[in-house]
Write a protein that binds this ligand. Sequence first.
Ligand SMILES: Nc1nc2c(c(=O)[nH]1)N[C@H]1C(S)=C(S)[C@@H](COP(=O)(O)OP(=O)(O)OC[C@H]3O[C@@H](n4cnc5c(=O)[nH]c(N)nc54)[C@H](O)[C@@H]3O)O[C@H]1N2
Ligand SMILES: Nc1nc2c(c(=O)[nH]1)N[C@H]1C(S)=C(S)[C@@H](COP(=O)(O)OP(=O)(O)OC[C@H]3O[C@@H](n4cnc5c(=O)[nH]c(N)nc54)[C@H](O)[C@@H]3O)O[C@H]1N2
Ligand code: SF4
Ligand SMILES: [Mo]
Length: 750
Amino acid sequence: MIENFFRSFDGPLTRRLARAPGGLGLGQVPSDLVPVSTTTTVCGYCSTGCGLNVHLGREGAIDLTPDPAYPVNLGVACPKGWEALSVLDSPDRGTVPLLRDRRTGERREIGWAQALGTMARAFADLKSVHGPESAAFLSTGQIPTEEMFLLGALWKFGLGFVHADSNTRQCMATAHVAYKQSFGYDAPPFCYEDFEESDVLVFVGANPCIAHPILWERVMRNRRSPEILVLDPRRTETAQSATRHVRIAPKSDLVLLYAVLRNVIERGWVDRAFVEASTSGFDGLRGFVATISDESALSQAKIPAEDLEALVQAFRPGRRVSCWWTMGVNQSHEAVRTAQALVDLCLVTGNIGKPGTGPNSITGQMNAMGSRLYSNTSGLVGGRDFANPAHRQEVSEIMGIPESSIPVAPSLAYDQILDAALEGRIKALWVVATNPEHTWIGSDTFRKVREKLDFLVVQDMYHSTETAEVADLYLPAAGWGEKEGTQINSERRIGVSKRVKRPPGQALPDFEIFRLLGVASGCGDLVERMSSPEQAFHLMRELSRGRPHDFTGIRDYAQIDASGGIQWPFPEGSITDGIRPGAQNAAGSRESRQGSGRRLFEDGRFFTPDGKARLLYDPPRPPGESPDALYDLVLTTGRGSSSQWHTGTRTEKSAILQAMSPRELFLEMNPDDAASRGLEPGSMVEVASRRGSLTARLVSTPNMAEGVVFLPMHDRRVNVLTFPSFDPHSREPSYKHAAVKVGKGPTKDP
Ligand SMILES: Nc1nc2c(c(=O)[nH]1)N[C@H]1C(S)=C(S)[C@@H](COP(=O)(O)OP(=O)(O)OC[C@H]3O[C@@H](n4cnc5c(=O)[nH]c(N)nc54)[C@H](O)[C@@H]3O)O[C@H]1N2
Ligand SMILES: Nc1nc2c(c(=O)[nH]1)N[C@H]1C(S)=C(S)[C@@H](COP(=O)(O)OP(=O)(O)OC[C@H]3O[C@@H](n4cnc5c(=O)[nH]c(N)nc54)[C@H](O)[C@@H]3O)O[C@H]1N2
Ligand code: SF4
Ligand SMILES: [Mo]
């Protein structure tokens, strides 16, 4: 099978290159660097999902440029996209599986057959001795949907384990649960044209200038002179570009949004007809927000009354208002209700299903949307529920698997899996395309988990990640650009990512690794039904039939590619032409037409049993850990720059991205806070929480409110400080609120 994979790599691409015209008149350029053809693909970092043109030479990809015809990015890309190819060549790419010798502790190279045999035996033994709850996988929103789907199906329907989660829990679980409760389905309603069509844009806990720069480009294309309000405790690049920065105290969003709702209702700015026809729970909501006074909201949010008034005025009738949120909302102890306060505001004012409106969650990783629908972790494949017998029957019929092989209960959530591992109930973990040793919240939980585990498998592009380095077994994976599959962006657009380069050494696409493990584990029947990513896609398509995300109208990858991506829903019989920009027109040519992305809920019908959206709310609560006399500051964390990606495993491999990133960890602090502690701007300071400490370079800046400090998440030490608390509905970690103190650091730089 492995040999077949390599042969297939040398097949179609090589043939295409052989047909392509050579001799481009580039003089002395070595022939392997002369582009002979160009193909399209979609970026593998963030959920914006930009289209890229990859220029191919005889050995594969040489270079890339943003795709001017792709309806998402319209010819631009951020630094990570431009540099996407260069991070694939690096000395710490895994080229061969590594097994740790129990006696010496050294890692040694082994072949794939031994690696997968070892893994299959270890999992089979565990299951037979300790049962189906004794192992779990932790995967990712950063691989194609087909790979997530195959992994989840193999793990639960084939190997027969129950527990699995992914880094999507750290990121999008809140939006998933909020939409599901409110709309009856995890269905982000917007398209990117809404950035251009709004009269008012409200960004809450979102810093798109850094985290989604190409979406900010879309905001800049708005011709309606929009009002832009940014709610963020920091004066971020986005806040600086807004018409108003509401510098709220961390985690005061919920009380503030309820006060806005009360004012909007009191002033009669409710869309009565819409509320009556399309929502449930309005009287309860009105009664509840009546108890939230302006005074309590203003004192908790620590903002002037004019900021509250501006927020209320944003929703006055006759204007198109869109609300956009990301991690400042999702990562909170009361995250789901905060997201739903934005949903409530849009519903009550009728700002949904129309151009320039919507309570809109921007996704994080490039395929967190795919993982929400198909990873088979917290929900059953295809946006279904494990607990629903009708759903289990559908999946059993479509996939041709016995119903008894489908678990009846959802998996434990990420934090519960780690707790179970600490208690010794979960004895093995399989970590795929995520780096929890760096990114999991609070203290050194993952390190303690590692010590308890009998068996840790890590499957990553690089053998050098913090988590791969402590694995018992390391599996070298091909990365973006070295394999194919589809991914779903923030506006529900399915895009195709192509194989444009050969993976290093014996590294294999995750899809092939899952298939090989399936064969080694006696699940050949299951994986044979998914012999290629495109075949898995066809099965996913069948699983979408009749669901809100129905994409049965998609024939194949080629159609998606030629259409410039296809947004779900796209049921059988949908026509591509004229619906979306970039569609294949009647003459068969690909052209970019803007302004025709599709949004949901135009008919005011939702996916709940009564077709009405639910207005949901709860009283605000204090965060899990607040400042006190000893730890007197709030620490918030997030993205530091547009050229750094999470734990840096990829972005640190590009010299260009490195040159654009800060060289050391910096702490942002208000100048008065620095002065009152006698701290010199630019000096090294010590930041400590009850869980640990670190040293960082002090950036004294009025962009920070007094009492709040910020650290970018890209340094491993930062999550030693964060406080492990979780939203009760989504179990998403609250990365953005911990109590710390800051003092003078070592006099000499470390
Ligand atoms: N360059 C780059 N881009 C990325 C990523 C990356 O690592 N690097 N990661 C991608 C991923 S996976 C994600 S999830 C997104 C994240 O994208 P964002 O959510 O935009 O990024 P963050 O910096 O995590 O958080 C956004 C803002 O929330 C603010 N915030 C903190 N606490 C609160 C609060 O209580 N209330 C409010 N209103 N705001 C608060 C922070 O100050 C911060 O400015 O970015 C994606 N894009
Ligand atoms: N303090 C703090 N912590 C945070 C956050 C925060 O705001 N503050 N944000 C959280 C959020 S939103 C997120 S999304 C997480 C992200 O957390 P992680 O997922 O842990 O971070 P990444 O660095 O993206 O790790 C992805 C890993 O996958 C590998 N990889 C990339 N592509 C492939 C592939 O195709 N196959 C395989 N097998 N491996 C691949 C990369 O080399 C890398 O090691 O961090 C969370 N942690
Ligand atoms: S904005 Fe996101 S999808 Fe677009 S090029 Fe940058 S990282 Fe890639
Ligand atoms: Mo994320």
